[in-house]
Design a protein around this ligand. Structure first.
Ligand SMILES: Cc1ncc(COP(=O)(O)O)c(C=O)c1O
Length: 344
């Protein structure tokens, strides 16, 4: 039996069309800046996000690491919310590799409240206290449940950052989902940040790859930092071609993932309204709060035995993510299994 894999939107496999675009891609040595497919992808993503230049990196984590390092000198701090990917799931990279310290605010559903950030920030705190050099915002917010940041809140943060000199980094691993869910332009959001990372390997379905965007000057620095991290790559146009194909074919279809996530959440809420509120499902991620019911690991194991894979975010929380490789039949099967397991 095929498993309906709802653990993450990173589990997708390249489609035949994507594979053939990869096979046909013109390539060159990207450490010399000579891979035409990489160069085209970098320029395209930079333009889409309202920035001067882009840098192809293997992972979103590396894009975030470099983006934050461009804004935060060693010993200074970056602020983010306490469930941000950069502090929960990048294995301490910003501290271990960048000398960056972090402080966090708490954000219900991962949603940004600019006043909370402004109150926490200490832009010029030296010489006895750590100075805030940057704020990191995640949009959509993964552990917050695929939530979309409010544009007015982002704009207020930009105005404050201009006044204080604090840098802004966007972890836009799923910015495409925010764009499709709201219709707000990518550059309208991306242009509010000094540095931004987007991923091609999540909802867009590429096998690998992220792009960091910023000013041409900062991206030139990031190119050096990337090589120093051992991530200077050679004929990676074959991977950038997957990203180009994804941008051509897989952005608008994210709306179908969002509708399926909402349908899944609605069916679960019909039997267990205490576990999920479908009104909170903005994009392709459904978080189940199982604190009052069966523990998430038990649910995950039972669902897996019945052909549906979900991920566990801690005892009491499960995450379901819709993506390119889950169609309407897959959602029907997932609903059947999960509703039966959760109904009481
Ligand atoms: C919000 C967010 N940022 C960054 C990343 C990191 O991406 P990667 O796994 O490519 O390092 C992820 C990965 O799931 C993510 O969800």
């Amino acid at each position: 039996m095929d498993v309906v894999d709802l653990r993450s939107d990173t589990v997708t496999r390249p489609t035949p069309g994507m594979r053939s675009a990869m096979a046909d891609a013109p390539v060159g040595d990207d450490v010399y800046g000579e891979d035409p497919t990489v160069n085209a992808l970098q320029a395209r993503v930079a333009q889409l996000l309202g920035h001067e230049a882009g840098l192809f990196v293997p992972t979103g984590s590396l894009g975030n690491l470099l983006g934050v390092r461009l804004l935060v000198p060693p010993g200074a701090e970056a602020l983010c919310d306490d469930r941000a990917h950069i502090v929960r799931a990048e294995l301490g990279a910003h501290a271990a590799l960048g000398g960056v310290t972090t402080r966090t605010w708490s954000a219900p559903r991962g949603l940004l409240d600019p006043a909370t950030v402004m109150a926490l920030a200490a832009p010029d705190a030296g010489p006895y206290l750590v100075s805030t050099a940057a704020v990191v915002v995640e949009d959509t917010h993964n552990f917050g449940g695929g939530t979309v940041q409010d544009l007015a809140a982002l704009r207020a943060l930009r105005t404050w950052a201009d006044a204080t000199g604090v840098g802004l980094h966007l972890d836009g691993a799923r910015l495409w989902n925010a764009h499709v869910a709201t219709g707000v332009g990518l550059a309208e959001i991306g242009g509010l940040f000094d540095t931004a990372t987007v991923c091609l390997s999540k909802g867009l379905g590429a096998p690998v790859g992220s792009v960091l965007v910023s000013s041409a000057e900062r991206i030139a620095q990031a190119r050096v930092l990337r090589k120093r991290q051992g991530a200077g790559m050679r004929q990676v146009g074959i991977l950038a071609a997957a990203g180009q194909y994804a941008l051509d074919h897989h952005v608008q279809r994210l709306g179908a993932d969002h509708a399926r996530a909402r349908r899944l959440a609605t069916a679960i809420a019909d039997v267990r309204p205490d576990v999920v509120d479908p009104g909170t499902v903005d994009t392709n991620i459904v978080v189940l709060d199982l604190a009052a019911g069966p523990l998430a690991p038990g649910l995950a194991d039972a669902a897996r035995e019945r052909g549906v894979a979900v991920s566990v975010l801690g005892t009491g929380t499960a995450r379901l993510v819709t993506h390119l490789d889950v169609d309407d039949d897959g959602i029907d099967r997932a609903i059947e299994v999960l509703v039966r397991l959760l109904a009481r």
